[in-house]
Design a protein around this ligand. Structure first.
Ligand code: ACO
Length: 402
C-alpha cells in the first residue's frame, strides 16, 4: 500500500501530535483495546477469561508466541524458565553498590541493563535461537532480580531460587523467605499475585512498551530495550501510579479521612493534585482490569486482613468521583492501579515495591512487542519529526561582547 508518512514527508508536511494522542507508531497483532467499550483482549482472548482460567506463565507464552500452548509446550516453556532463574554471582555483587535506601525500580533497570554484559552470546536481535535465549533469561531472572532488590532494601540475605516452585511462588519465597527457614507459600497470595501479573501483562502501545520499541528500533538488544522500558514505567503517570495511589489514600487518612475536601482540591486543580489511579489515555469507560481487581481486593483483603480503613477511603473516593460531573464529563474512571496498591500492601510488600510488581507483570508484553517489531519488515528506526519554534538564524557573538 501507500506509505502515508513517506508521502507527507516528501511534500514537507509534518503532523504535530504531542503525546501521540492520535498517531499509531506501528501495527501489532498482540493486544486489542476498545477504550470506549472497556474491552481488552490478548491475542483475541478476553482478559476476563484469561484472569479467571489461565496462569501468568501460560499468558506469557500466549503473548510471546501468539497461541495458547499445548500441555507439552507449556511444560517445556516452564522447565526452560526454571533452569535460568539463578543470577551470576558477579551480577549479585552489583546489589552491594547501591545505597540501602535506593528505590528498587532503578536497581531493577540497572541489573537488567547489566544482563547484556553477562550474556553477550544472546544479543543478536535477528538470530532466532539467541532471541529465544534472551527471552527465557529475562522471564526467569527478573523475579530473582526483583526479590534481591527488595532484600537489599531491608538488609536481609539473598535466597537462591528453589526450582521445585513455580515462578510466582519462587518470587514470593525469595522475597519473604529466609535461608535457614522453610517458607510456606500462601496459595491465596500466589493465586492473587499470578492474576495481577496476568492483568498487567500487556497493554499495547503504552509509554513503557513504546519505549521498548523505540529503543529496539535502533536494533539495540532485548536487555537494553527492556531496561529502558522499566525506567519509563517508573514515572508516576505510568507504573508509578500504584505507589502514588497508596500515598494519596494515606494522605487522606492522615488528614482526617475527608474525601470531599480532597475531591474539591482535585477539581480546582490545586497544586496540580490529581485523583491518582483515575483516568486513562485509552479507556473512556471503566478499565476492565480495574473491575476484576476490585473484586480481588475484596476477596484478598478479606482473607489476608488488609487495611479496611484505606479500602473504605478508596471506595468512598470512587463512589464520590463517579457521581461527580467533573469526572463524568472527562470520562475519568478507576484504572488498573486504583486498587492494586491495597492488595500489594495486604500481601506484605512495601509501597516502593509496587511498581516493581507491575514490571514483573508487564515483562512478557515488552518481550512480545520487541520480538514482533524485529520480525516486522515495515520496522524502521523510530525517529519522530518536530516543529521548530526556536530562534531564526543569527550570528555568533564573542563572549566579551554579550
Ligand atoms: N484526576 C483529575 N483530573 C484528571 C485526571 C485525574 N486522575 N486524569 C485526567 N484528568 C483531567 C485533566 O486535568 C484534563 O482536564 P482538563 O480538560 O480540564 O484540562 C482531562 O481530565 C483530560 O486529561 P488528560 O491529562 O488530557 O488525559 P491524558 O490522556 O493525557 O492522561 C493519564 C492520562 C496520564 C492516565 C491521566 O488520566 C492521569 O494523570 N491519571 C492519574 C495517574 C494515573 O493513574 N496513571 C496510571 C495510568 S494507567 C497505567 O499506567 C497503569
Amino acid at each position: 500500500g501507500i506509505d502515508l508518512g513517506k508521502l507527507l514527508a516528501k511534500t514537507g508536511m509534518v503532523t504535530l501530535d504531542p503525546g501521540f494522542v492520535n498517531t499509531a507508531s506501528c501495527s501489532s497483532g498482540i493486544t486489542y483495546i476498545d477504550g470506549d467499550a472497556g474491552i481488552l483482549r490478548y491475542r483475541g482472548y478476553p482478559i476476563e477469561q484469561l484472569a479467571e482460567s489461565s496462569t501468568f506463565v501460560e499468558v506469557s507464552y500466549l503473548l510471546i508466541y501468539g497461541e495458547l500452548p499445548t500441555q507439552a509446550q507449556l511444560d517445556d516453556f516452564t522447565d526452560k524458565i526454571r533452569r535460568h532463574t539463578l543470577l551470576h554471582e558477579d551480577l549479585k555483587r552489583f546489589f552491594d553498590g547501591f545505597p540501602r535506601d535506593a528505590h528498587p525500580m532503578p536497581v531493577l533497570s540497572s541489573a537488567v541493563s547489566a544482563l547484556s554484559t553477562f550474556y553477550q552470546d544472546s544479543l543478536n536481535p535477528f538470530d532466532d535461537p539467541q532471541v529465544e535465549m534472551s527471552t527465557i533469561r529475562l522471564l526467569a531472572k527478573l523475579p530473582t532480580i526483583a526479590a534481591y532488590a527488595y532484600k537489599k532494601s531491608v538488609g536481609q540475605p539473598f535466597l537462591y531460587p528453589d526450582n521445585s516452585l513455580g515462578l510466582v511462588e519462587n518470587f514470593l519465597r525469595m522475597t519473604f523467605g529466609f535461608p535457614a527457614e522453610p517458607y510456606k507459600v500462601d496459595p491465596i497470595l500466589t493465586k492473587a499475585l499470578d492474576q495481577l501479573f496476568i492483568l498487567h501483562a500487556d497493554h499495547e502501545q503504552n509509554c513503557s512498551t513504546s519505549t521498548v520499541r523505540l529503543v529496539g528500533s535502533s536494533q539495540a538488544n532485548m536487555f537494553a530495550s527492556i531496561s529502558a522500558g522499566i525506567n519509563a514505567l517508573f514515572g508516576p503517570l505510568h507504573g508509578g501510579a500504584n505507589q502514588a495511589v497508596l500515598e494519596m489514600l494515606e494522605g487522606i487518612r492522615d488528614s482526617g479521612g475527608d474525601v470531599d475536601t480532597f475531591v474539591r482540591k482535585v477539581k480546582n486543580k490545586e497544586d496540580g493534585v490529581k485523583l491518582m489511579g483515575f483516568g486513562h489515555r485509552v479507556y473512556k469507560n471503566y478499565d476492565p482490569r480495574a473491575a476484576i481487581i476490585k473484586k480481588t481486593a475484596d476477596e484478598v483483603l478479606g482473607k489476608l486482613g488488609g487495611d479496611d480503613q484505606l479500602l473504605g477511603i478508596a471506595k468512598a473516593l470512587e463512589e464520590r468521583a463517579l457521581s461527580d460531573d467533573y469526572f463524568v464529563e472527562r470520562k475519568l474512571y478507576p484504572n488498573v492501579d486504583f486498587y492494586t496498591g491495597l492488595i500489594y500492601r495486604a500481601m506484605g510488600f512495601p509501597t516502593r515495591m509496587f511498581t516493581v510488581l507491575f514490571a514483573l507483570g508487564r515483562l512478557p508484553g515488552w518481550i512480545a512487542h520487541w520480538r514482533e517489531m524485529m520480525k516486522d519488515p515495515a520496522t524502521k528506526i523510530g525517529r519522530p519529526r518536530q516543529v521548530y519554534v526556536g530562534s531564526p538564524e543569527r550570528d555568533y557573538v564573542a563572549i566579551n561582547e554579550r
